[in-house]
Ligand binder design. Structure first.
Ligand SMILES: Nc1ncnc2c1ncn2[C@@H]1O[C@H](COP(=O)(O)OP(=O)(O)OP(=O)(O)O)[C@@H](O)[C@H]1O
Ligand SMILES: [Mg+2]
Length: 357
């Protein structure tokens, strides 16, 4: 409870911290894109015990400035490979990449300066303190001492009281926050976070979200990966779904959810064990199938012990029709619940469709 209380106390100062951290305006990218990727390929070469892996296959991707962009996909889809190529820590095999208008081959230095990346692995030097870690990183990016924001960043990531502790004594969540801090020292217009909230507790997760939104409100383009689809649904303006090294879908979060289409309605039946219930169910199923056919629509009905769950397309069939049909079939309804499709449904449908092929 105390932690939660501390968090609320922290808020006003925190909002101020974000605005102190980011310059009011970035020069717009010359090509109009925060990130432009064309026909990108990556093959990890075979090594002693490992066969070659074609991790990215002809990826083309354009990310507009000012967004929170989500990169989703199952384990091994190629998300980190893509991000590490943007970061300059993995070499691409073919294709072109521009970061905030700068081609990574033509001007790798500038390209790196245009982006801050929080990697998936917690690679922190155990023998430096958070303050030293941030200072060294700023030095590496040539940020002059007078322009460094070490204290502000420490405050922002909630590590002020750990500023002088050895990094090896930090918890996993604290290390992740330190990595976020490291990615921000040179105030890049694009910030990429590879699973920023993995293994982070609820309070800190909310604080990270707030930080991500705050930075975005200041004009920083955010790209993130996450396996928490509710997190992506809540934070991201646009989403690309990667599977087996290919982008299988890219759309605004709104569009993705709208395109999911199916709604779900569950009828909890009264007197389920009663004689006569079984014929009513059979009748209902047959009638509903007929209704679906009439409307040129698909329907999926699964019958449980005392429930019937109907998945349907709301454009063609209404809940009213379903309930009416249930009544006419002689089903006795005790309760009704409905649910909208969420990103998890969309994600599973898309990724499973593709792996069946
Ligand atoms: N350094 C490497 N050498 C060889 N193969 C690699 C290397 N890094 C990744 N791979 C392979 O490339 C593919 C994509 O891996 P990547 O780490 O990009 O996936 P990911 O989408 O980030 O997955 P996760 O959700 O598990 O983080 C995987 O098959 C992985 O085994
Ligand atoms: Mg990864």
């Amino acid at each position: 409870m105390r932690q939660v209380f501390g968090y609320w106390n922290f808020r006003p100062a925190y909002a101020m911290t974000i605005s102190m951290l980011t310059p009011p305006k970035f020069t717009p990218p010359s090509d109009g894109f925060a990130i432009a990727v064309a026909r990108l390929n990556k093959t990890y070469r075979a090594e002693r015990r490992r066969v070659a892996k074609h991790a990215l296959r002809d990826i083309s991707l354009h990310i507009a400035p000012g967004q929170i962009f989500g990169l989703l996909g199952p384990n091994g889809a190629g998300k980190s490979t893509l991000i590490n190529i943007l970061a300059g820590t993995v070499l691409k095999s073919a294709g072109a990449v521009r970061i905030w208008g700068t081609d990574i081959d033509a001007d790798p230095r500038q390209a790196r300066a245009n982006i801050g990346v929080v990697p998936q692995e917690l690679n922190i030097d155990a023998f430096f303190t958070p303050r030293e870690t941030l200072e060294i990183q700023a030095g590496m990016f040539g940020v002059p001492k007078s322009e460094r924001r070490t204290r502000t960043i420490l405050d922002l990531i909630g590590l002020t009281d750990k500023a002088e502790a050895y990094a090896r004594t930090l918890s996993g969540g604290m290390r992740r926050r330190l990595l976020v801090g490291k990615a921000m020292v040179h105030q890049p217009p694009v910030l990429v976070l590879d699973e920023p909230t993995a293994g982070v507790d609820v309070t800190l997760r909310q604080r990270l979200w707030e930080m991500i939104r705050g930075l975005n409100a200041q004009g920083v383009t955010i790209i993130l990966t996450t396996h928490y689809l509710d997190e992506a649904e809540m934070l991201c303006d646009e989403i690309a779904i990667l599977n087996h090294g290919q982008i299988i879908k890219q759309a605004s979060t709104k569009e993705l959810l709208a395109g999911a289409g199916t709604k779900q309605l569950t009828l909890v039946l009264a007197g389920a064990g009663a004689a006569g219930a079984a014929p009513a169910r059979t009748k209902f199923k047959a009638r509903m199938s007929a209704v679906a056919k009439e409307n040129n629509s698909k329907i999926d009905i699964s019958v449980g012990e005392d429930t019937i769950t109907i998945r349907y397309a709301p454009e063609q069939i209404t809940a009213g029709t379903i309930i009416k049909t249930a009544n006419e079939s002689g089903l006795e309804i005790a309760e009704i619940s409905t649910s909208e499709p969420d990103l998890e449904d969309v994600f599973l449908t898309l990724t499973q469709e593709k792996s069946k092929k």
